[in-house]
Design a protein around this ligand. Structure first.
Ligand code: NAD
Length: 265
């Protein structure tokens, strides 16, 4: 499978190119980055600290789509929306890891998916997606005698809280209980909060150092406590998951899929 990387000069773009080069049966079709990037024209191998690959950082997304079977996009919402239109026009597989998409942006992805195969996930780690499936199941089995609290820790540079993944875990827990997360969530606590309401799903956020991403979902009852934990050690895990999604999409019908579809969860 020939895989192209848009946003190839970014932190995830570089991880993604390494993951493609290391995946059996995959070939790097090329990479593009935003207009005006100082990396324009650089050899992709040199960008990765590897031997030259004879492919350079391009700016013509359409040419890259035409030369690829699948494109992986971890860029920014405006770029992703434009890439979705190209994927639909040229009938190419698109794997989207960009976060911060609005409802309107997501609607564009859904429209494009009528014509081609798109996999879209805010977290491509296999372990986190398994954790989401386990959380939904545990919440359904344990019921609301078990108080659900979600604790996450990330590096000091992270700007949003709770993390998108923590909120995703909250949605999984709420789904397991048959409720809407925004009806039961408590995203932070401070001061005289009163007793914990039954059925609440609570969040706690820690920030510090270089932590890539730790998440724990706790189910606390009076007699026992169940804890499900995932710890990411490297951002490479997201890149590997995205390449796995691209390979899976090679045999999927047009449509909009999530990482849970890819993993059969
Ligand atoms: P980054 O800023 O290092 O990289 C983004 C790259 O996209 C930059 O090189 C930028 O120049 C490029 N870009 C912007 N507009 C472009 C365009 N029109 N065409 C081509 N390239 C363009 O950021 P990052 O840390 O690599 O993260 C990128 C995105 O991936 C963010 O939205 C982040 O939240 C998300 N992310 C998702 C996952 C996941 O598992 N889904 C994991 C990590 C990061």
């Amino acid at each position: 499978m020939k895989i192209g990387i848009v946003g190839c000069a970014g932190r995830m773009g570089r991880m993604l190119m390494n993951a493609v080069l290391e995946a059996p049966g995959c070939q790097l079709a090329g990479g593009t980055d935003r207009p005006g990037t100082p990396t324009a024209g650089q050899d992709l191998g040199a960008l990765l600290g590897r031997a030259a690959l004879g492919l350079t950082v391009g700016q013509d997304a359409k040419a890259l789509f035409a030369a690829s079977d699948a494109i992986i996009d971890f860029t920014a919402p405006a770029a992703t929306v434009a890439h979705a239109a190209l994927a639909a026009e040229l009938g190419k597989i698109l794997v989207v890891g960009t976060t911060g998409l609005t409802k309107d942006d997501e609607a564009v992805l859904a429209q494009a998916a009528a014509r081609t195969t798109i996999v879209y996930a805010p977290n491509f780690s296999v372990g986190v997606n398994l954790l989401m499936a386990l959380t939904e199941r545990a919440a359904a089995i344990l019921g609301d005698d078990y108080d659900i609290e979600i604790v996450e820790m990330h590096h000091r540079r992270k700007v949003d809280a709770p993390s998108g993944t923590a909120l995703g875990l909250g949605r999984s827990a709420a789904k397991g209980r048959g409720v809407a997360l925004d009806q039961v969530w408590c995203k932070s606590r401070d001061g005289h909060t009163g007793a914990r309401p039954k059925g609440e799903i609570g969040f706690a956020t820690l920030r510090g150092g270089d932590v890539v991403g730790d998440h724990t979902v706790m189910f606390a009852a009076e007699e026992e406590r169940v804890e499900l934990t995932h710890k990411a050690a490297s951002r490479a895990v997201f890149a590997k998951g995205a390449v796995r999604a691209a390979r899976w999409a090679g045999s999927a019908k047009p449509g909009l899929y999530s990482m849970r579809d890819v993993l059969g969860l």
